[in-house]
Design a protein around this ligand. Structure first.
Ligand SMILES: [Zn+2]
Length: 326
């Protein structure tokens, strides 16, 4: 493995969290490894919180490990906790911290029927095909992620109104992104009924912050608690112990209008990226150069969502551009 590549990958990012030993959760209590489902015996929805859709995004695993150790049980309906791409998590190597996102392919790009029902095979597809029957029983899913670069937490609500409505009702985090996902493949949050506008079942994807900051697990925990509270799934005791009741700013919805793909090896941002959610005041402002191509903002008050500042390669999404709505 090339030394310079490792040095570049680790550049600028400390690892400020302890990766929990999740092997204790391997057995699960369903027929699926690393899936825990608890029944309240009272009517109510099946609410699920998931960690490790991406193997190096540890914040969700820290939150779920805490809730499972605490013995959280649903106040109504069913409550599940799922660790998804555990094979990738177990491949974690702090010397190459970006490598354990997945083993063979991105678990979060395989959720279209052609891929799931096709004859291709990979570590991630095997896990997706076994977890699919679990997701088919879930009414509301919170899928916990984190980001390569520092960025305020974002709730990715998908393209349907029901996603944005649910995110607004949670009231956290402060930015909700309405977008249609990736050309490279369907996300879990857009799988099946979750993306059907006529079906109440809904999934949200939260990006909690940078992968290995101390803040991201706290964001993951607060988002999980608000998700459970919204559906009446959380008992008063667990909310009392862990929920941050300070008033949060009212969330704003950003509608992504375009994704900017990287086309050349010579891509660079011109607009400064300082780890905040940049809002470019004026239409026509130069944001980036991609070889000869200039990338400019299409409208005033354009939000630059999840700019990819490192490891950018042709074919990657450099940034999404969005406008504030509502
Ligand atoms: Zn992720």
């Amino acid at each position: 493995m090339a030394g310079p590549e490792l040095a570049r990958e680790a550049d600028g990012h400390g690892i400020d969290v302890v990766f929990p030993d999740i092997a204790r959760w391997a057995a699960g209590n369903t027929e699926l490894p690393y899936v825990w489902t608890f029944e309240s015996g009272r009517p109510g929805p099946h609410v699920a919180v998931q960690a490790l859709t991406h193997g190096n995004e540890v914040c969700g695993a820290i939150a779920l490990d805490l809730l499972l150790r605490d013995g959280v049980r649903p106040a109504r309906g069913k409550l599940s906790f799922c660790f998804a791409n555990v094979a990738a998590y177990h491949s974690w190597n702090p010397a190459a911290p970006f490598k354990s996102r997945f083993v063979d392919e991105d678990f979060n790009r395989v959720w279209g029927p052609a891929v799931l029902d096709g004859d291709r095979d990979s570590v991630e597809l095997r896990r997706a095909r076994e977890l699919r029957r679990f997701y088919d029983t879930v009414d509301y899913l919170l899928d916990i992620h984190s980001m390569s670069d520092p960025c305020p937490p974002l709730m990715l609500a998908g393209a349907r109104r029901k996603g944005a409505d649910l995110a607004l009702a949670l009231g956290f985090p402060a930015h909700i992104v309405v977008d249609a996902g990736h050309a490279a493949g369907r996300r879990l949050r857009d799988y099946g009924c979750f993306d059907d506008p006529d079906d109440p079942r809904t999934a949200l994807l939260i990006e909690c912050g940078q992968h290995w900051t101390a803040e991201s697990p706290a964001v993951a925990l607060q988002a999980s608690l608000r998700f459970l509270r919204h559906f009446g799934s959380a008992g008063a005791d667990v909310l009392e112990r862990y929920l941050d009741r300070r008033e949060a700013p009212r969330p704003r919805v950003i509608e992504v209008t375009e994704s900017v793909p990287i086309r050349s090896e010579a891509f660079s941002f011109v607009w400064p990226q300082d780890g905040s959610l940049a809002v470019v005041p004026s239409a026509g402002s130069l944001v980036a150069r991609d070889g000869e191509r200039e990338i400019r903002t299409p409208y005033d008050a354009c939000a630059l969502v999840m700019p990819m500042r490192r490891r950018a390669r042709p074919g990657d999404t450099a940034v999404r551009m969005g406008r504030f709505v509502g």
